[in-house]
Design a protein around this ligand. Structure first.
Ligand code: HEM
Length: 142
């Protein structure tokens, strides 16, 4: 693998689509990701495509998502959801499992580890995850 290659060049368009599809399949099936799965719509069809478009640009390919939405900023679409460290880690768990399932090389996984963590951490919009409320005296935890 040439060091000059972008992840987009290494994976190619089809594998990126596969990554996005498998990412949400993993989210759908992993009990450890149930909390973030429940935040999403019942059908994952549209979001699979959106993630593929986003990743295409982010991994160094054509900026498809940006062209459609005018921005790559993920703050607004995630604003309605409470995303703390646990939610971020569930997302990363799905991403790493999806990378495994598409057969990504060790080099590619190494190359992506830190940037993907940073990306997911940027989407985080609170410092604490909302814990399950086990105290009947507490009605809501902000
Ligand atoms: C850190 C944990 C994250 C959680 C819990 C989360 C959750 C969500 C949810 C609930 C939606 C809305 C889905 C729907 O409308 O059904 C969404 C949309 C989206 N997420 Fe995330 N997300 C996370 C991180 C990320 C990251 C790191 C990326 C970067 C690739 C990303 C990319 C997207 C995209 C592209 C959309 C669609 C936005 C749009 O409507 O244009 N998400 N996410």
């Amino acid at each position: 693998m040439s060091q000059d290659q972008t992840p987009y060049q290494i994976l190619g368009e089809e594998k990126i689509k596969e990554l996005a599809n498998i990412f949400y399949d993993v989210m759908d099936e992993l009990p450890d990701a149930k909390h973030i799965r429940d935040m999403h719509s019942k059908s994952l069809v549209d979001i699979k495509q959106k993630l593929a478009e986003y990743l295409t640009g982010w991994l160094g390919g054509p900026p498809v998502y940006q062209q459609k939405h005018g921005t790559v900023c993920l703050t607004k679409p995630h604003a309605p959801f409470a995303i703390g460290p646990e939610e971020r880690d569930q997302w990363l768990l799905c991403f790493n499992e999806a990378l495994e399932r598409i057969g990504a090389s060790e080099e590619l996984k190494d190359m992506l580890r830190v940037p993907v963590f940073r990306l997911a951490d940027t989407v985080k919009n609170r410092d604490e995850s909302i814990k399950e409320n086990t105290d009947p005296n507490i009605i809501a935890i902000a």
